[in-house]
Design a protein around this ligand. Sequence first.
Ligand code: UD1
Ligand code: CA
Length: 450
Amino acid sequence: MNIVILAAGQGKRMHSNLPKVLHPLAGKALLAHVIDTARSLAPQSICVVYGHGGEVVRAAIDAPDLIWVLQEPQLGTGHAVLQAMPHLGNAATTLVLYGDVPLIQVDTLRHLVHAARDALAVLTVELADPGGYGRIVRNAAGEVVRIVEQKDATADERAIREVNTGIVALPTDRLAAWLGQLSNDNAQQEYYLTDIVALAVGERVPVRTAQARGEWEVLGVNSKVQLAQLERVAQRRIADRLLEQGVRLADPERIDVRGELVCGRDVFIDINCVFQGKVVLEEAVEIGPACVLKNARVGAGSRLAAFSHIEDATVGPDGVIGPFARLRPGTDLAAGVHVGNFVELKNARLAAGSKANHLAYVGDAIIGSRVNIGAGTITCNYDGANKFKTVIEDDAFIGSDTQLVAPVTVGRGATLGAGTTLTKDAPPDTLTISRARQISIPGWKRPSKK
Ligand code: UD1
Ligand code: CA
């Protein structure tokens, strides 16, 4: 089949500088959802009709398999499809989708396309409140005779609750012929795609309808209110899928997945966590409340306590992270690493069993195994112009409140005394300390107020 995706509408009601179809739903642009669904039908061609300001859309979404067609000016849905016709493949069936109806499901479309062999197939839905939609008008025998837009409808027609979702499938040659016959003699002076229904009926081409599984599937986004409603629908569906796979969620209403979350067995996720990009949680991982993970992998059996923030980083198996830990890009933790509260790691590799349990900054560093990094330790990796590396070898012990002025190396088994400012390499198996000797001054008095 061919697929035409209509995305030329401006989306004025979004009140945004961002084109409507680029607004994200579950972390992905509305139009990207529709394109991904289209792709899974393996069509011969996918044609996106874009409009004014649509270059931004094209730049954001472009891919080699997409054909972009500018519709300028925008004279209605029929006019939009007409622009796409010269660019379509020669497939027998053409399916029309909307760029702002993001949750349409592949199965539903398969049914619709199946119904469109030698027929016009229209996806419809019954709505409690059909206001604003085109109504499906049927005759006494229950056959569809036409679609009437809200603005052109009589009071009786407005009472019809079965509405046009806008999604249709039909033989490509019929579509081409009917589009040529549309007129704009209607309330909005637009070329309505929906008028092809009456043309089909006139030519005795069967008009079939298929129903969506639920209203959510065909809901369009015209405003931020609708976007927020659909976001909840999308998130609940993702949560349900995770539950079905065996993930334990403290509350399926309080998880946000804005990308792809892959979980092993017996994973537990507490409330209010956000997952962005691709996140992998291996078997028996536990994520505490309010954690944010972006493009991260967490090894089997690791536990993240509340408010941990992980981005472009890897946690090995059996890690103990947080609360309030920050793992920035390039952090790579081996097995059994502990990272405690208010510890920030960036571009840092920690080998097995190393610990940084409290208040530290470790950046551009290679840390060996079983290293203990004391509270308040800072790698001074930046001189204001360039970044330098810190190396801490296996079994080193870094005393509290130590500054490691990079580039610098702490040898295997070395100990740094608390408060050391290390500016030269520390030899292995040795205590290095840079503290002034402690003195007490007898008879010293505190200054008094004058
Ligand atoms: C359309 C249908 C209506 C249906 C409703 C479902 C027509 C005449 N009406 O109405 O029966 O119930 O969708 O939401 O088809 N678009 C273009 N170019 C244009 C006009 C629209 O690309 O010139 C695109 C829009 O970006 C949008 C889609 O087509 O993705 C629908 O346009 P919209 O203006 O929302 O159509 P409605 O008037 O709501
Ligand atoms: Ca609409």
